[in-house]
Design a protein around this ligand. Structure first.
Ligand code: E4P
Length: 212
């Protein structure tokens, strides 16, 4: 399973650049980083070889394609994030013809993912945390999408997004999801277990008793 970091903070990406396979950003994350979008993207793409998703703001297909072409010039590994709307999927079809990769975002259901895959999206991002927040079953939606993509051999890859805790990561991996994107805080939590920390403390204490 590939691990992406869901952030636009360059310092967080730098810390885990040795481990991660890609990065996803969105307008909220870019606003939180508090720096100019294109400058941040250039720095991220220099740190990470894998795909770096950058989202368009336009709501019409023509505007999305224009923005996408401009963003794609920043680096070879830029993937354009497009919202799941009819205009968005028209843009996906046009960008495919232009050889520009797309990640269809704000996916909350299996039929939405099916449409994105039919239009040639390279990635779809189901937002499991937001689905759960609304009383739905985020991982259930991911399971349906994975099964549909398998049934029709769609090459579109699923990026499990809106991840809130390590349990989401384990559930995604158990389902065989190819990619999970997670915030810095969740990635940090994946390393920890109280018994690991206790074990290290005990080994160090016992080591002091070893004759030198
Ligand atoms: C995905 O690519 C999005 O950036 C992200 O996972 C959204 O997560 P949120 O629901 O925590 O905002």
């Amino acid at each position: 399973m590939q691990i992406y970091l869901d952030t636009a903070k360059v310092e967080e990406i730098r810390e885990f650049a040795w481990l991660i396979d890609g990065v996803t950003t969105n307008p909220t994350l870019v606003a939180q980083a508090g720096r100019p979008f294109r400058e941040v993207l250039r720095e991220i793409c220099a740190l990470v070889r894998g795909p770096v998703s950058a989202e368009v703001i336009s709501l019409d297909a023509e505007g999305m394609v224009r923005e996408a072409q401009e963003l794609a010039r920043i680096a070879d590994n830029i993937v354009i994030k497009i919202p799941l709307t009819p205009e968005g999927l028209k843009a996906v079809q046009r960008l495919k013809a232009l050889g520009i990769k797309t990640n269809v975002t704000l996916v909350f259901s299996a039929p939405q993912a099916l449409l994105a895959a039919k239009c040639g999206a390279d990635y779809v991002s189901p937002f499991v945390g937001r689905i759960d927040d609304h009383g739905g079953d985020g991982m259930g939606v991911v399971a349906e999408i994975l099964q549909i993509f398998r049934n029709y051999s769609f090459p579109t890859q699923v990026i499990v997004a809106s991840v809130r805790h390590p349990g989401h990561v384990v559930a995604a991996a158990t389902l065989g999801a190819p990619i999970v994107t997670m915030p810095y805080a969740v990635l940090q939590r994946l390393f920890h277990h109280p018994l690991t920390e206790q074990g290290i403390a005990r080994f160090l204490k016992d080591w002091e008793k070893v004759p030198r």
